[in-house]
Design a protein around this ligand. Structure first.
Ligand code: GDG
Length: 743
């Protein structure tokens, strides 16, 4: 398996000087993380594809050769102007601010969107030129959200993973994007096999946007789309723990530490480092520190804040403005509080070498990480990992994804200056044992969930999703397969047929009460039920009464309300397990409201479920209302033991864990059937198909993708099959023959 990493920027930035190619490493969280993972790969069977940081090279071939030979990389050349509009346009003026909850900085510009699509297509083309069917393609981050779809169109079976390094915003924020863009972005992403996010919340927000905008619900993150299965899941990115932990022993780091200590003498040090970005909360940090100095004169001349800010996105105007304000505020703090012996803020606006970074992590008494929003934030994790002597207090914003894993840090809200101020004081005065307790607990976690684990968890899940997909494909039940089916049916002694009712045995009618079984169907059921060794199960969402009225005269099993009730031949109805229905009145109350806003829809109340029918309603309005309702239900179902089931133009709310699959499992338990057949037409039957053994004949009525092995076009086609099994025609000829004989 060859791994292809695709990201906007390569890990290396390439320039030309005096006709030779110069390669320098790029900075940023994505590059740090992915490089750390790739360094752990023994076989080095990977290729990193991305923009090399420039376009106007005199000798592109030399750049290509250098990157290929020494860096396992393939450059994507994009014209400077196009790339500039891409990076400083849709990427960093639209997606970046919006996904970080800065809607007032977000620009909505059709030209930028067109350019985003154009550049995504250029990246996809570069991949398509070299990708092999058994490669694994791992696409990184928000710059390339349309690429999965562009690759999938040409390579339907290749493994594609996507990882988003920034937050995925809530629907309220995402919907600010023009509808068409939002839709295309989600569709673009959904053609990956696995879409990964740093935190559970981002995953949920994404799934909710998919539901609200595209109408697909999920089951434990798995989305059964019309053409494929796709999974969305959470993979909090780790760091190369040992690299930071062990670096404290390096001679080069020790040298740096000695130099720093000499210069800083007995000052306590608060340290911060980030790319210059308004999301990182650099100004709030300074304001918090300023207030700390104001409130705590006793700490004057005893503490300094060392702040490293790495230049970033220089072409975007907000960044320039912010840089100026940072400069002013630092000047003010140093002017107001400092003197010739003491500089309260030691500031550097440039990147520092790794050794210096680790030395600063290690000697500082507190790490101050205050983003207003951050996908993960690796600096916080690195800070903790570098504390070999188990000291140093991390102050961390609750708005960083990392806060989910680093609970022993002093967690603050960066919008509140007072919280930052207090945390600084607590950190500087924290006893060493307390520091050690906190650092140790966090280090253990970071060591266990390092970057290698992050990537291997992702690939493991990707492989699993690929396996699941194999089960999610149906074949038409053709003549030759049918012959085998009949052959097996005829030669097997014990057989069982699970037959869904609406849409499988009878076509849909305008009203549920209109879909009654005809004479011919009833005759087929009778004949089947009288065959020896055949168990018939009508397994439906209908209520007990209807099923009983139609079928109780035959020796067959009935399963009502999607598995809530089971009635064996000549026995009473039994609940499949103990259930509650005290939630029903509240649901009906909510549903009434939706019903009023969707003309021609109706509510049906069953004993343990409630159904909202909208077969006769306007198609597009129904789509909208149902998405809203299902979304509303997400809150409700989380607190109650109930679930929402999307059927064919119906939504059913029922007790969770009760479904056709469970009912089938109960009926099969302890039995030894040589022939199992199940037929159904909608989502609710998918659990039935999944519950049955591999050798069962599972048949979907309709062409949609399914966990069934086969599909048929219509109920008529299916009826022909059971008609043949039942010997209905033979019986009919016999009757005609007897009639003529008598007369
Ligand atoms: C994005 C998301 C997410 C920084 N300055 C220097 C330097 N660095 C290194 C740090 C760290 C990395 O850059 C920064 O990573 P972060 O995660 O903190 O932030 P972003 O760059 O915004 O990363 C972020 C990340 O992607 C991964 O998914 O966590 O939320 O925004 O590794 O050490 N390294 C050196 N000198 C510096 O001056 N040597």
């Amino acid at each position: 398996m060859r791994l292809l990493i695709l990201s906007n920027r390569l890990q290396a930035t390439v320039t030309e000087e005096n006709n030779s190619v110069i390669v320098k490493s790029s900075s940023g969280g994505l590059v740090t993380g992915i490089s750390a993972y790739l360094a752990t790969l023994k076989d080095k069977n990977y290729l990193w594809i991305g923009w090399p940081g420039g376009s106007n090279y005199n000798d592109r071939q030399a750049v290509e050769e250098e990157l290929c030979k020494n860096y396992h990389s393939l450059p994507v050349f994009v014209e400077e102007k196009t790339m500039d509009l891409f990076y400083n346009g849709f990427c960093n003026k639209t997606i970046w601010p919006l996904f970080h909850y800065f809607p007032y900085l977000t620009v909505y510009d059709e030209k930028m969107w067109e350019n985003y699509k154009e550049v995504n297509a250029i990246f996809a083309e570069a991949v398509l030129k070299i990708i092999q069917p058994d490669d694994v393609l791992w696409i990184q981050d928000y710059h390339l959200m349309l690429v999965p779809q562009l690759i999938r169109e040409k390579q339907p079976d290749v493994s594609i993973g996507f990882f988003l390094h920034i937050p995925f915003p809530s629907h309220e924020m995402f919907r600010l994007l023009p509808r068409k863009w939002g839709k295309e972005i989600l569709q673009g992403l959904l053609d990956a096999d696995l879409i990964g996010f740093h935190t559970y919340d981002y995953t949920q927000y994404f799934l909710r946007c998919v539901l609200r905008i595209l109408g697909f619900n999920h089951n434990m993150g798995m989305l059964a789309l019309e053409h494929k299965l796709t999974k969305a899941d959470t993979f909090p990115m780790g760091i190369d723990f040992d690299k930071y932990y062990k670096a404290a022993n390096l001679a080069s780091v020790n040298r740096e530490k000695a130099l720093l200590k000499k210069g800083l003498q007995n000052l306590k040090i608060i340290f911060s480092v980030d790319r210059q970005d308004y999301t990182k909360g650099i100004l709030k940090r300074l304001e918090g520190y300023e207030l700390f100095l104001k409130n705590n004169p006793a700490w004057h001349q005893k503490v300094s804040l060392i702040m490293i800010v790495v230049p970033s996105r220089i072409g975007v105007e907000h960044y320039q403005k912010e840089k100026d304000i940072i400069n002013q505020l630092i000047g003010k703090i140093n002017g107001d509080y400092g003197n010739i012996h003491w500089t309260p803020v030691i500031y550097q606006y440039r990147a520092i070498p790794f050794e210096q970074l680790v030395a600063l992590y290690n000697i500082s008494d507190a790490g101050l990480v205050t983003p207003l929003r951050d996908g993960m934030n690796l600096v916080a994790k690195e800070y903790v990992a570098a504390q070999k002597e188990k000291k140093g207090v991390l102050i961390l914003s609750e708005m960083a994804g990392a806060a989910m894993e680093l609970g022993e840090a002093l967690i603050i809200n960066p919008n509140n200056r007072e919280e930052i101020t207090e945390a600084i004081k607590i950190a500087l005065e924290m006893p060493l044992e307390e520091q050690a307790r906190r650092v140790t607990a966090m280090q253990e976690r970071l060591k266990k969930h390092d970057v290698k684990k992050w990537a291997s968890d992702f690939f493991e899940e990707l492989a699993k999703t690929k396996e699941e997909q194999k089960k999610y494909g149906t074949l038409r039940l053709e003549e030759n397969e049918l012959e085998k089916l009949f052959d097996q049916y005829n030669k097997t002694d014990r057989k069982i047929l699970f037959l869904d009712y609406d849409g499988t045995l009878v076509p849909f009618a305008d009203k549920p009460s209109g879909a009654v079984p005809g004479k011919k169907l009833l005759e087929i059921i009778r004949l089947l039920s009288e065959q020896s060794g055949v168990d018939i199960v009508i397994i439906s969402g209908r209520n007990k009464k209807e099923l009983e009225n139609w079928y109780d005269r035959y020796p067959i099993t009935l399963v009502a309300e999607h598995g809530v009730w089971i009635k064996k031949p000549k026995k009473e109805w039994k609940l499949s397990r103990e259930l509650k229905n005290d939630w029903k009145p509240r649901i009906i109350q909510i549903l009434e409201n939706y019903k009023d806003r969707l003309p021609y829809s109706t509510i049906e109340e069953k004993e343990y479920s409630v159904v909202w029918h909208f077969r006769n309603s306007d198609y597009s309005l129904a789509g909208l209302r149902v998405k809203e309702f299902v979304d509303d239900m997400v809150q409700f179902t989380a607190r109650n033991d109930i679930e929402v089931l999307m059927g064919n133009k119906v939504v059913e709310i029922k007790c969770s864990g009760v479904n056709k699959g469970e009912a089938a499992r109960q009926l099969l338990s302890g039995q030894d059937y040589g022939f199992i057949l199940a037929a159904g037409d909608d989502h609710t039957d998918e659990l039935l198909f999944q519950a049955l053994p591999e050798e069962a004949y599972t048949i979907k009525i309709g062409r949609q993708k399914s966990f069934a092995h086969y599909y048929l076009e219509s109920t008529d086609e299916f009826l022909e099959i059971i008609e043949k099994m039942s010997g209905y025609r033979k019986g009919l000829f016999q009757k005609i023959f007897e009639y003529f004989k008598r007369s």
